[in-house]
Design a protein around this ligand. Sequence first.
Ligand SMILES: Cc1cc2nc3c(=O)[nH]c(=O)nc-3n(C[C@H](O)[C@H](O)[C@H](O)COP(=O)(O)O)c2cc1C
Length: 188
Amino acid sequence: MDLREAIYTRRAVREFTAEPVDEKTLRQLIDAAIQAPSAVNQQPWSFCVVRDRALLARISREARALLLKAAPAVLAPSPRFQELLRNPDFDIFYHAPALIVISSVAESPWTVENCSLAAENLMLAARAAGLGTCWIGLAQLWIATAAGKAALNLPANYLPVAPIIVGHPKSEPQPVPRKEPEIRWIGA
Ligand SMILES: Cc1cc2nc3c(=O)[nH]c(=O)nc-3n(C[C@H](O)[C@H](O)[C@H](O)COP(=O)(O)O)c2cc1C
């Protein structure tokens, strides 16, 4: 698949088969992620690969509870998510077989940028490999807690930026229409 096709056909995938993603493939995705640019070439990203189903279920449960209790602002834009999070059967990871959390040191001014660029590379590489991904923002708040960092073995000074689920898509999601971009042309 060429780059244009990967960019234009990548979708947030929320339905997966039960097939696991093998370690070699996960390593290839991480290798694509680290080809991203980084500020001052620090390449500061760190990847945590979670394939433990019980841990994924625990993160989902605790992240839902925390969001409902502590983060109405995160949920405000989406009444649909508020509804879903109240459903004890809702898995924020959509039963994906793997979660890759991209993190870096919280003190750097470019942590979010560096990790996000790596995340997009990873998602495009996954698409090119026939895999599906989705950034799970709903997991971020809980993973950033002391309990979340302990569960993922992340140092206390790390900021988890991009929790990305990875799996074999069960179906091909419909494209989400794009709005007209706001563009200001300055000069000819
Ligand atoms: C920062 C960020 C957080 C997101 N969080 C979630 C999430 O928690 N759950 C979810 O189902 N999708 C999540 N998404 C996926 C978006 O909903 C999705 O990318 C958007 O609807 C556009 O669809 P597309 O990716 O198929 O083009 C997130 C995407 C981004 C970039």
